[in-house]
Ligand binder design. Structure first.
Ligand SMILES: Nc1nc2c(ncn2[C@@H]2O[C@H](COP(=O)(O)OP(=O)(O)OP(=O)(O)O)[C@@H](O)[C@H]2O)c(=O)[nH]1
Ligand SMILES: [Mg+2]
Length: 216
C-alpha cells in the first residue's frame, strides 16, 4: 500500500515537472539526423587515426583495424556513424559484406604512397564504387599525410586515382588533410554532411555555389 503511494507520488512529480518544462518552453532537445557512412582505404592510409582525431581521442598508438569498427561522430547538425573497414589485404576481399545500410563513402589515401600502392588504391576505390549497393552514394576522397613534404596534392591524386569528372552521377569531392590538422579533417567531413543533410540541393545537376563538388 505504502509502496503504491510512493509510486503514485513519483509519477505525479514527473508529470508536474514535465508540464512546467513544456510551459517554460523547454521541450525535449531536437533529435539530430543520424547517418551511416563507410570509411574505406588501404591499410595505413590513416582511417582510424582520422576518426580518433575527430572524436578527440589519442591517436599515437593505434593498431591496424581487424575486420571493422564503428565510431559515432557528433557534429553540430548531425550524428554520423562511421563504419571503418580494415584496409589490410586479408580484409579487403570482404569489404562488400559490410556495405549494407551505407549512406555515404569516405575513401582515405596515403598521399605519400608509391605509384604501385596508388594504383592498388585506385582499383579498390573503383571496385567499391562499382558495387550496386553503393551506387550514387556521395563520396569524399581524403588525401591524407599532407603534413609530409613528399605528399602528392589532391589535384595530382585526383588524376592518379582516375576520379573521372565527366560521366557524372555521384556527388563527390576530394580534399587534402593530415592527422596533425584537425580542421582539415573536420572541413572535409562537413562537406559530406552537407550533402547527406541536403541531398536535393546537391542533386545531379552541377551547382555553382559549391565549387568543391564535382560529379563522378
Ligand atoms: N605523419 C602522418 N602520419 C599519419 C597520418 N595519418 C595516419 N598516420 C599514421 O599512420 C599509421 C597508420 O594509421 P591508421 O590510422 O592505423 O591507418 P588505417 O587506415 O586505419 O589502417 P588499417 O586499420 O590497417 O586499415 C599510424 O601510425 C598513424 O599515426 C598523417 O596524416 N600524417
Ligand atoms: Mg584502422
Amino acid at each position: 500500500m505504502c509502496e503504491n503511494l510512493l509510486l503514485v507520488c513519483a509519477v505525479f512529480r514527473i508529470a508536474v515537472y514535465t508540464f512546467f518544462r513544456r510551459l517554460c518552453g523547454f521541450g525535449p532537445p531536437p533529435v539530430k539526423p543520424n547517418f551511416t557512412v563507410l570509411c574505406l582505404g588501404l591499410e595505413g592510409s590513416g582511417k582510424s587515426s582520422i576518426l580518433a582525431v575527430l572524436s578527440g581521442e589519442k591517436y599515437d598508438d593505434i593498431s591496424p583495424t581487424k575486420g571493422f569498427s564503428i565510431k559515432a561522430l557528433l557534429f553540430d547538425d548531425c550524428i554520423v556513424d562511421v563504419k571503418e573497414l580494415g584496409g589490410g589485404e586479408s580484409v579487403r576481399p570482404y569489404w562488400d559484406r559490410y556495405y549494407g545500410g551505407a549512406q555515404g563513402i569516405i575513401f582515405v589515401v596515403d598521399s605519400t604512397s608509391s605509384d604501385e600502392k596508388l594504383k592498388l588504391a585506385s582499383n579498390e576505390l573503383h571496385k567499391a564504387l562499382g558495387d550496386p549497393v553503393l551506387d550514387d552514394l556521395p563520396l569524399i576522397v581524403l588525401c591524407n599525410y599532407q603534413d609530409k613534404q613528399e605528399a602528392k596534392s589532391p589535384t595530382q591524386l585526383q588524376e592518379i586515382l582516375e576520379v573521372n569528372l565527366e560521366d557524372g552521377h555521384r556527388t563527390w569531392s576530394i580534399h587534402g588533410c593530415s592527422i596533425h590538422d584537425k580542421d582539415s579533417i573536420k572541413h572535409s567531413f562537413q562537406e559530406l554532411n552537407k550533402v547527406l543533410l541536403h541531398p536535393k540541393s546537391h542533386s545531379k545537376v552541377n551547382h555553382s555555389d559549391n565549387k568543391d563538388f564535382s560529379r563522378l
